[in-house]
Design a binder for this molecule. Structure first.
Ligand SMILES: Nc1ncnc2c1ncn2[C@@H]1O[C@H](COP(=O)(O)OP(=O)(O)O)[C@@H](O)[C@H]1O
Ligand SMILES: [Mg+2]
Length: 339
């Protein structure tokens, strides 16, 4: 018989909460799909589960850990006080307290969040990354000459394609200046400008602590986008259903890749996972050029875990149904503390 565990599911909330707050209304909304899916899976697995959502009050977490004494914390809290930059601080606290938790540790979160630092580490280890420059807020906006157009201008630390639009694709110094200034002002943060890598957009899901498993590769296809237009997973491309329909954007399993190439991609992604000290589970975003060169774009530790998103769909395709996937993530989380 499988071991039953006490699991505390930790969520973030966008406004102050109470320790005994009834989250039923939130859990039926689209924004809380992941949380609802995970709770369902935990129930199906037979684990004793409690949940807590925190906004800015860490004392609630302290109280809950004391009263419930969970074996493991299922971490779905990726912001604090509405700030996504604080995900690593929550995890640091858990690390300090020696509470086993699911997903990535603080170092991996920090390294992956900064799109410049992660690329420096990987290029040192000869993994192909686009050439780039980071332009801190408040610094003169100048394009280094060796950086070739077209470029993609992004916030250096955002996620979910926040701040990424068609206008992020720039082909002249004027467009470059405008977009950098816009991101500096609107997102109040530093900018990364990368050489644009034309090619297929691949998403690789990995699961594991020391031993890593790579799931079947997903791809975002741009069916109705004319061949000479840039293909970018912009904010609308990810989240606007009508826009996705109009341009024929679809997430599907990558087809027609040579098995040797698939093996190479899997090996590369395992190296990336380890080099960036990722733990738990992750989705790595890549570009595959017409010459079959694999470029690293970004690593997402703790990717969206909803049952209908790329990560869970990849796992399912590999023969790991959703509740088992959640259980594997828990067992990996329990391992990390013993090391
Ligand atoms: N250097 C690049 N070359 C080509 N496309 C890119 C590049 N950087 C980003 N993109 C496109 O923009 C999307 C979002 O960029 P990404 O760095 O993954 O940001 P986010 O963290 O918001 O997902 C990518 O999925 C890809 O479609
Ligand atoms: Mg991405």
């Amino acid at each position: 018989m499988k071991k039953k565990l006490k699991v505390l599911a930790l969520f973030d909330a966008i406004a102050p909460t109470r320790i005994d707050q009834d989250l039923t209304p939130e859990l039926s909304t689209a924004d809380w799909k992941t949380e609802a899916n995970v709770l369902e899976a935990l129930a199906a697995l037979g684990h004793t589960t409690e949940h807590l959502a925190i906004f800015d009050n860490l004392d609630l977490l302290r109280q809950k850990l004391e009263s419930f004494a969970p074996d493991v914390l299922f971490n779905l809290a990726d912001q604090f006080k509405n700030n996504r930059g604080f995900d690593q601080n929550i995890v640091s606290l858990l690390e300090m307290q020696g509470v086993p938790f699911t997903g990535c540790g603080a170092t991996g979160l920090v390294l992956c969040k900064h799109k410049g630092i992660s690329k420096k580490i990987l290029s040192y280890h000869r993994i192909r990354t686009p050439n780039f420059v980071v332009i801190p807020r408040g610094q003169r906006v100048a394009r280094p000459r060796q950086l070739k157009f077209p470029l993609l201008v992004k916030p250096v630390k955002e996620e979910a394609s926040l701040g990424i639009a068609q206008a992020s694709f720039v082909e002249s110094d004027e467009q470059f200046r405008d977009r950098v200034t816009f991101i500096h002002d609107r997102h109040d943060g530093d900018v990364i400008a990368e050489e644009y890598i034309a090619g297929r957009e691949l998403y690789v899901s990995l699961l594991g602590h020391r031993r890593l498993e790579v799931f079947p590769i997903r791809e975002l296809v741009f069916r109705e986008v004319p061949p000479d237009e840039p293909r970018i997973a912009t904010y609308r491309a990810k989240w606007d259903e009508e826009y996705r329909k109009r341009w024929g954007l679809e997430n599907q399993f990558a087809e027609g890749l040579d098995p040797a190439l698939v093996a190479h991609i899997a090996q590369t992604c395992k190296r990336i996972y380890r080099l960036l000290t990722i733990d738990g589970y992750a989705r790595i975003d890549l570009r595959l050029t017409a010459a079959n060169q694999v470029y690293f774009i970004e690593a997402n530790p703790n990717p969206i875990l909803a049952a209908d998103e790329d990560f869970a769909l990849s796992a399912e395709k590999a023969g790991v149904p959703y509740p088992q996937l959640i259980n594997r993530i828990i067992l990996n989380g329990m391992k990390t503390v013993r090391d």
